[in-house]
Design a binder for this molecule. Sequence first.
Ligand code: RUB
Length: 303
Amino acid sequence: MSEDIIKETYEKIKNMEIRGAGRIGRAAAKALKEYAIKISHLSDEEFIKKMKEAGNLLISARPTAVSLPNAVKYVLKGLNEDNPKERVIERSDEFIESSLKAIEKIGKYGANRIKDGYTILTHCNSEAAISVIKTAYDEGKDIKVFCTETRPRNQGYITAKTLYDYGIDVTLIVDSAVRYFIKDIDIVIVGADAITANGCLVNKIGTSQIALISNESRVPFLTAAETYKFHPKTIVGELIEIEERDPKEVVVFEDKYKGIKVRNPAFDVTPSKYIDAIITEVGLIPPQGAWYIIEKYFGWLEK
Ligand code: RUB
């Protein structure tokens, strides 16, 4: 069945087989392209209807990373153009290509903030943050990286292994050790699932604690975020839904203790006042510049 392409990607995003905001966006764009090719024999009217349904299903897989609806909307904008079938396919390629280019540019711009001898702290597993770190290393800078474990899903292990394989000096710490080690850190760089119109950062749970600690210790806190991580609807006051996942990801107690409640929010919100800069593919901007980015790059989206 042609719908299987969409359902499979939906499932993989939902169960986090595909995870990380950028990857989620590109996976959705790719699924839409493959689906469009499969159903291109349908009438334009039927094609448009089915593509919209597919887009809605993909968007519902995870609620927080805005890269997902932004990618789907970018691709499906082709439905309103002449030759919708071709345009959807072309726009999927465009999105994927521009996403990969953005990560590369973020690497270059962000690396300018990393000096020789720096120790960097990162949290979770972000392609954009890793791009900054790898670029600084490629430039010959002598750097060290501290990675948090990132409970409960331990995405920090992926980051630690990736950087170690790249030849970088890596130290893994438990999430609660950030304040203990902050004296050894020169800069914090994390990724982003969403940036709001007022410059707040939505990212992996624990990010805001790290930002608070960095602020208290005067350690610069930067987030690496492609422009498709900016949330258009926050400009008209919509709030971002924070995904709360299955408590079983945190702990499974024996029956005797099943009355103990376990909460598992996947993301938190870092206020803009703790963010020194947002590294985007169009340059480093202060959090106050978020509104401008949304207006400039997402003016075409319904708000
Ligand atoms: C991943 C996470 C990452 C952002 C940015 O959360 O919080 O920091 O998605 O990643 P999860 P990237 O593992 O729950 O998806 O820079 O790769 O887009």
